[in-house]
Structures are given as structure tokens and as C-alpha cells.
Design a protein around this ligand. Structure first.
Ligand code: NAD
Length: 488
């Protein structure tokens, strides 16, 4: 099926951290795909910035290899066009040198969209924004994108937002959470708000509980240094999992306008029941992986990998989250995320309530409550678990069957990476899928007390064997409520 695509207006996209891992794995391949689809105007440029001393051609060669390593079946023509629009600028943020090179490259292009993408360590967000301001590089049509993490607690996030806000207006700031750019996450909105079926059932009268799982099989890999100062709560829950929770729980926004959607998400964050000490003890579990097996091979434990035998950093979090409003009172949202788990899986499970009364005989079999399963990875899609009659003669026997919508299968389209969508939205100035400042700060406000109680807790995170579903306390967390984690 052909995809309808509108070409972008001319732009300059300036990628700070142009030689980094994110640029290599995500940003450059995403931009190449936009090139391939003819979405980039002839007068659109990509300006990679980093501290390394490279010529345009040396950088282009690096970029070409990056794209080739991530993309199957390159198109020579598209690649040639792509290379021609790339320029490289060497600039050192620490030493505050090289800014005049960037000024020169951007000069005379003040009328077109200027999009800065800060794909660098968060410690540079403030200094880069300040320097962009001091060098007079902010035009009417300028925007800036910042990557996670935004701060390591509420106070530091506030400080980052203040600095960026002193240079850019809120409508120019794009705080990326790439989960919001995922096809299935978008589909969650379509499912809820483009169908009449679900919305009347989307509340405590019909939904028993919700589960959000984001499971990785990888360990900390090359990010050990960063990860040991962050942990799963900061790295995953504060942003990705809470954003997913917001999309499930929010009221229907008035429209898809950025602020309509973000206002509704903010209301959910404000309605989260605060985590006092008692709730942290009862409703959260933190874990840390030990040696075990992952993806078929033996792997070491977290403490050895980060080289810090006393690390109290959690690589796993499970939490029971409550929302104090009319729609969700009494409906727990169970969240879990972790590294080195049994499989790579991200999904949202909406568990509907049991039937109020069964008209069927016992021989018909057990009636399982309906489930709506929204799968983010590995195979994006939506599945509805329904009860039907087993076909054929032999009386009324009931069976659970999935109504399965695997998007890549159903539409025969390439699975578009979240970054493709988000970069384009950012260049167009559409903030719907980006986090507003008050959302980020409200999320920290809920997370901060958990961090605080954990920091005061002398008991280390609970160990779990790599390749399992986390500490047994996570299973106990949900099972003591008479429920169980969804497993296929
Ligand atoms: P990286 O360490 O691989 O790359 C950092 C980049 O910054 C490099 O291009 C480097 O040359 C440049 N740089 C470092 N010091 C500099 C200086 N003094 N002056 C100018 N440039 C300098 O980092 P990354 O993994 O690409 O991550 C970039 C950002 O994206 C971070 O904020 C990270 O948290 C975020 N992020 C990364 C990923 C990922 O998968 N890599 C995922 C989510 C978020």
C-alpha cells in the first residue's frame, strides 16, 4: 500500500553529537529513510556537530557506514542525495570553541526552519542552549530537541528546564520520549478515540486492572557508567512507562492539538496517588540482575559488569500505581521494567472484568475475562482476547481466541522507527508527541519520593537471575491482589 507523504519545507537540522551512538544507530538511518521516500526538500541540510576534527567527506563516509550498518538494501541514488546534504562542523562545548564555524554555516538561512537536536550528554544541554543564544542563532523558526534524561530528580529537571527556557520559548522545545513515536502507541490513541467500541468500557466499571511491561534481555552493555548513576526508575519509569500509563489513562482530549493531548496527560500525572513510605514499601519492588543465561549464553551479574560490588542501583522495577480519579479509582496499574529479563517484550495489557454471570454449563469450560493486548515490541500489533464457541458439533464448548492485528503483516509496510516520525514532527513544529515541561516535572514529583525512600533503605535491591522475569517479590506484588503477570 503506498504511503502518503508530504515533502518537508527547506530546513537546517543541526545534530550535536553527530558522531555518537544515537546518531549512528537511529538518527542517520531515520533521516536516510526520509530521503528514500523523497520527503527531504532539495534545500534541506543536515549539519553534524561534534568535537572530533573531521572534514565533510570524512564525516559523510562515517555517516554512510552508519546507515549501511542499519539499513537493508541501500539505494545508491538516495544515498548520494543524502550525502550531498550533509555538512560537518567541529565544535567543542567544554572548551567553547568552534561556534564561529557553526555561525558561518548557518549564515544567510535565517528564514527557514532551524532545528537543533541535542544528541549529547545531558550535562551539555544547558551550555549548548546558552551558547546558541549568545551566538544569536535563535530565529523565529528555530526549535531544539533534547534527549532523555531530563535531570536526575525533580530539582535538577527544573534547573535544566529553566536554562533551556531562558533561551527558547516552550513552543520551541521538543523533549523527546521515543516511546511516544512508536506505531503502536499512536495506535492506542486511534483505538481509543477513532472507535466507539472501547471508550464506554474504558473505566473502573469494566476494567479490572492494567499491566505495562517493558522488558529487555540486554544488560547495561556500554552504558555502565551512566546506568550506575541512574537505574531503571530514572531511566525507564519516570519517562517511558509513565508516558504509556498516561496514554492509557487520559480522558479523551478535545483534539490532537499538542496542548489538548498534553493537558490530559498532565491531569493523569497529577492524579497519581503519591508514594509515601508505606506505599513505597508495599507497592514497589527493586531488583538487580545476577549472573545467569540470556539469549542462549551465560552472562555475568550487574555488580561485576559495572565494577562496583556495593552498587545499590536497580536494574528492575515493579510498581503498583493508583490513580485517584472517577475513571480509575480502584483499578491498579501494574508496571514492570528491567534488564536481562526472560525476553525482549514491551506491552500494555488491559484486563477486563470477569462476566457478572455465566449462562453456560460447567462442561463449556472456563470463561477467561477479555484482554486487550497492545504490543510495542518485538512485533508491534494489537490483540483482543475473546471467548468463542469451539467450532463443530459436540455441544457448547468455549474457547479463548485472539483477534490478532499485527501491523507489519496486515499492511505490508516497513516498520517505521519512532525516530523517523519524531524528527519529522519536530521539523514541522508539531509537539503532540513531545513532553511539555510541566509533564516532565509532574512525573518527577511522583518519582522523587520513591528515590528518596530507596536511598534511605539499607536493604539492597533484590537479586534476580539473568534470563528470568525479575525477583520473586515482583510476582508476589501482583499475586497478593489475586492477579498474575500476563505471559504468552
Ligand atoms: P555518545 O556518548 O555515543 O555520543 C556523544 C556525542 O557527543 C559524540 O558525538 C561526541 O563527539 C559528542 N561530544 C562529547 N563531548 C563533546 C564536547 N565537549 N563538545 C562537542 N561534542 C561532544 O552518546 P549517545 O549514546 O549518542 O547519546 C546521546 C544522547 O541521547 C544522550 O543524552 C543520551 O542519554 C540520549 N539517548 C541515547 C540513546 C542511545 O540509544 N544511544 C537512547 C536514548 C537516549
Amino acid at each position: 500500500m503506498p504511503v502518503r507523504m508530504k515533502q518537508l519545507e527547506p530546513f537546517d537540522l543541526i545534530v550535536f553529537g553527530g558522531t555518537g551512538d544515537l546518531a549512528h544507530r537511529k538518527l542517520l538511518p531515520a533521516l536516510y529513510y526520509r530521503e528514500l521516500d523523497g520527503q527531504l526538500h532539495d534545500n534541506a541540510r543536515i549539519i553534524a556537530v561534534s568535537r572530533r576534527d573531521l572534514s565533510d567527506d570524512e564525516y559523510r563516509e562515517w555517516a554512510r557506514k552508519s546507515v549501511a550498518s542499519q539499513v537493508n538494501g541501500l539505494c545508491d541514488l538516495a544515498m548520494q542525495r543524502f550525502m550531498e546534504r550533509i555538512t560537518y562542523v567541529s565544535l567543542n562545548v567544554d572548551e567553547n570553541t568552534g561556534w564561529e564555524n557553526l555561525e558561518q554555516v548557518l549564515a544567510g538561512r535565517e528564514d527557514i526552519t532551524r532545528a537543533f537536536y541535542l544528541s549529547v550528554s545531558p550535562k551539555f544541554f544547558g551550555p549548548i542552549c546558552s551558547a546558541i543564544g549568545e551566538h544569536g542563532l535563535v530565529t523565529e523558526e528555530t526549535r531544539v530537541t533534547i534527549e532523555k534524561p531530563i535531570g536526575h530528580d525533580g530539582e535538577s529537571a527544573h534547573a535544566v528546564n529553566e536554562t533551556i527556557g531562558s533561551v527558547f520559548k516552550e513552543h520551541q522545545i521538543f523533549r523527546i520520549d521515543h516511546y511516544l513515536g512508536k506505531e503502536t502507541v499512536q495506535n492506542l490513541m486511534a483505538l481509543r478515540f477513532a472507535n466507539v467500541l472501547f471508550e464506554p468500557l474504558w473505566n473502573s466499571a469494566h476494567i479490572d486492572h492494567v499491566q505495562i511491561t517493558v522488558a529487555e534481555t540486554l544488560g547495561v552493555e556500554s552504558r555502565a557508567g551512566y546506568y550506575d548513576t541512574a537505574g531503571a526508575l530514572r531511566d525507564m519509569v519516570q519517562n517511558h512507562l509513565l508516558q504509556l500509563l498516561c496514554l492509557v489513562a487520559m480522558e479523551p482530549p478535545e483534539s490532537m492539538e499538542a496542548d489538548s493531548v498534553r493537558d490530559e496527560k498532565l491531569k493523569v500525572l497529577k492524579a497519581l496517588v503519591p508514594m509515601d513510605e508505606d506505599r513505597v514499601n508495599r507497592n514497589t519492588v527493586r531488583g538487580q540482575y545476577r549472573a545467569g543465561a540470556s539469549a542462549g549464553g551465560a552472562v555475568g551479574g550487574y555488580l561485576e559488569e559495572v565494577g562496583n560490588p556495593h552498587s545499590m542501583t536497580e536494574t528492575f522495577v515493579a510498581a503498583k500505581v493508583e490513580i485517584a480519579n472517577w475513571r480509575w479509582a480502584g483499578v491498579p496499574f501494574y508496571m514492570r521494567t528491567g534488564k536481562r529479563l526472560a525476553s525482549r517484550l514491551s506491552e500494555i495489557v488491559i484486563q477486563f472484568k470477569d462476566l457478572p454471570h455465566s449462562i453456560f454449563l460447567e462442561e463449556a469450560g472456563q470463561i477467561a475475562a477479555n484482554q486487550l493486548i497492545i504490543r510495542l515490541q518485538p512485533d508491534e500489533g494489537v490483540k483482543m482476547q475473546l471467548m468463542i464457541k469451539d467450532p463443530g458439533p459436540g455441544g457448547m464448548r468455549l474457547r479463548k481466541v485472539p483477534l490478532d492485528m499485527s501491523f507489519a503483516e496486515a499492511f505490508k509496510v516497513r516498520n517505521v522507527d519512532a525516530y523517523e516520525r519524531l524528527i519529522i514532527d519536530m521539523i514541522r513544529g508539531n509537539q503532540t508527541l513531545f513532553m511539555r515541561r510541566d509533564e516532565v516535572e509532574a512525573a518527577w514529583k511522583w518519582v522523587d519520593p520513591i528515590l528518596e525512600h530507596w536511598a534511605n533503605d539499607k536493604e539492597p535491591p533484590k537479586g534476580y537471575t539473568s534470563g528470568t522475569w525479575g525477583p520473586s517479590a515482583s510476582i508476589a506484588l501482583i499475586e497478593r491482589d489475586g492477579r498474575t503477570w500476563h505471559e504468552e
